[in-house]
Write a protein that binds this ligand. Structure first.
Ligand code: PHE
Length: 340
């Protein structure tokens, strides 16, 4: 009898169930009301006193092992660990939380600027970040060795090749290849050799705009920028233009918007003045048009350029430029809810 039991123990140990049906068959065979164990318990009554202990223990081992096996596979199938247990997946259960990313604030504002100008017919133009001297400087009326080139501390790669210091280089590329009218905005990354601080970085992002057609005037420029300022910072925003200098525009100006925080009454963001500077602009210098083979007697145009970081800092009250490139998730996560 002991041999019979040991055989059954071995059988139980080796048993593997591939599906619930096989497991149920096994359970009935060993543990069922007409199963092997039942039979053994019956026979046990007739076992002589001298082997009773040994046989009793063996039957018990068989019972425990069989029960463990059944419990193991039952759990296995119920927890979807087997392909044959699809009918146990509850498709109505809510899923776990999937982490979602967010748009970078610079991308959000770049898209918003592109959208605002897109509504009045501007299309996006792009160009290379590694530029030659012609497109970044010379065609834009920076004479060789002119101190104006020092306005923008340049990262040179070779003698006449540099990382672009502004996206004005894209203006040149488009004017060289496209007959007017031209109405483009040029978003992109630019590089300047500046010490990194809360207010300056060695790379940042610009959006420049260019409009070339017949009889374009400074009034057109002013109206376009007023439209932009109102769309970006709100209907009640005012602008003011202050005379400035850029080699590629004449006349040139810098534009301030009424402080979006204190609405002009003076706060620490606008340093009490009620105004914050957001962009440079001007009428395209006829020399630049001629450099790009555009007849300056027939055509005129305006250009403007702004730093996306600056607008973003104003829009979201961010006080440190370095936050934009540190990839700190605690900073980036704050822009999750912004849908653009
Ligand atoms: N390119 C200038 C800059 O980088 C901005 C600008 C663009 C000014 C177009 C006037 C006209 O500062």
């Amino acid at each position: 009898m002991i041999e019979k039991i040991n055989k059954l123990i071995e059988e139980v140990e080796q048993f593997k169930a591939e599906n619930i049906e096989q497991l149920e068959k096994f359970r009935i065979k060993i543990l069922g009301s007409k199963g092997s164990l039942k039979e053994l318990f019956q026979d046990f009554k007739t076992v002589g006193a001298e082997t009773k202990k040994e046989v009793g223990q063996a039957i018990n081992t068989l019972k425990v092992k069989a029960e463990e096996k059944v419990a193991f596979y039952k759990n296995h199938f119920e927890n979807n660990l087997s392909s044959s247990s699809y009918n146990h997946i509850d498709l109505t259960l809510p899923s776990g939380n999937t982490p979602v990313g967010s748009m970078h604030p610079i991308s959000l504002i770049r898209n918003e600027i592109a959208d605002i100008f897109g509504r009045i017919g501007y299309v996006i133009a792009e160009g290379p970040e590694i530029e030659d001297d012609w497109h970044n400087f010379t065609a834009l009326n920076f004479p060789p060795n002119h101190p104006a080139r020092d306005m923008q501390d340049t990262f040179f790669i070779e003698k006449e090749i540099a990382l672009r210091t502004h996206t004005s280089s894209v203006q040149v590329r488009i004017m060289e290849t496209t007959p007017p009218p031209i109405r483009i905005i040029m978003p992109g990354r630019v590089y300047r050799n500046e010490a990194i601080s809360a207010r300056a970085h060695c790379f940042f992002h610009q959006v420049e705009g260019l409009y070339i057609a017949e009889k374009v005037s400074f009034a057109d420029l002013k109206q376009t920028l007023l439209y932009f300022a109102k769309e970006m910072f709100g209907e009640n925003t005012n602008i003011r233009l202050r005379p400035s200098y850029f080699p590629f525009t004449e006349p040139s100006a810098e534009m301030d918007v009424s402080c979006p925080f204190c609405k002009g009454s003076g706060c620490n963001i606008c340093k009490g003045s009620g105004w914050v500077e957001i962009l440079g602009c001007g009428m395209v210098d006829p020399n630049v048009l001629e450099n790009c083979n555009i007849n300056s007697d027939q055509y005129s145009g305006f250009a403007f350029g702004m730093g996306i970081e600056r607008i973003t800092m104003l829009k979201y009250q961010i006080n440190d430029l370095r936050l934009f490139s540190e990839n700190d998730i605690r900073f980036l996560e704050q822009f999750k809810s912004v849908l653009l």
